[in-house]
Design a protein around this ligand. Structure first.
Ligand code: SAM
Length: 192
């Protein structure tokens, strides 16, 4: 039983790309009400359900309250885009590191497509700062965006620090929405 239908988008992507493996540490950005975290807890074994597999870690963050979930640690009422939240994540993750950053964040819809697009892409840019602090070399980032003029800029920024970047439109995502996901894989720390 998932808390939200969005779970099916992550299941579809993960069935294909196997991002979430037992023992992995995962950060779920924009986690409320917690459906993606449910998928992540199951796949990385962070509730220790499979005693034969290594236990992973799931940390979810949202501006809203996220109801508790066995196997996940939630930072409710936290803004993913600001450095103090990054500092808390560093403390919560084993060794301060994550294998995967997931982001299904979305701004409150303004009704103006262009404005929502710019707002979400701007939020996605901050995920690159977060990645620099916590993402393991070889790690992955999956982030939702709304298609529009700045999408190529985000793709280009991702391509500088990941070996592979692709655009995904899961079948579970409404056909008529501008919603897309960038899947960026094989992280390389940016050169200073
Ligand atoms: N993946 C979630 C699930 O499966 O339950 C659904 C996520 S919902 C589409 C988008 C969430 O992003 C909202 O709960 C919203 O509060 C959150 N959000 C938007 N901006 C945020 C920010 N700056 N920091 C943290 N969360 C944010």
């Amino acid at each position: 039983n998932f808390r939200c239908r969005s779970a099916f988008k992550l299941l579809e992507i993960d069935d294909k790309f196997r991002l979430l493996q037992p023992g992995f540490s995962v950060v779920d950005c924009g986690a409320a009400p917690g459906a993606w975290s449910q998928v992540a807890v199951h796949r990385v074994n962070s509730a220790g359900t499979d005693p034969a597999a290594p236990p992973g870690t799931v940390v979810g963050i949202d501006l809203l309250h996220i109801p508790p979930l066995d196997g996940a640690h939630f930072l409710s009422c936290h803004d993913v885009t600001v450095p103090p939240t990054h500092a808390k994540l560093l403390e919560l993750l084993p060794g301060g590191q994550a294998h995967v950053i997931l982001s299904d964040m979305a701004p409150n819809a303004s009704g103006f497509r262009e404005m929502d697009h710019v707002k979400l892409i701007t939020m996605c840019f901050t995920l690159l700062d977060l990645a620099e602090k916590i993402l393991l070399p070889g790690g992955s980032l999956l982030c939702k965006y709304l298609d529009g003029i700045l999408a190529h800029e985000l793709q280009e920024k991702l391509s500088r620090v990941f070996n592979s970047v692709q655009t995904l439109k899961p079948n579970a995502s409404r056909k008529d929405s501008a919603e897309r996901y960038f899947l960026a894989r094989i992280y390389k720390k940016p050169e200073k």
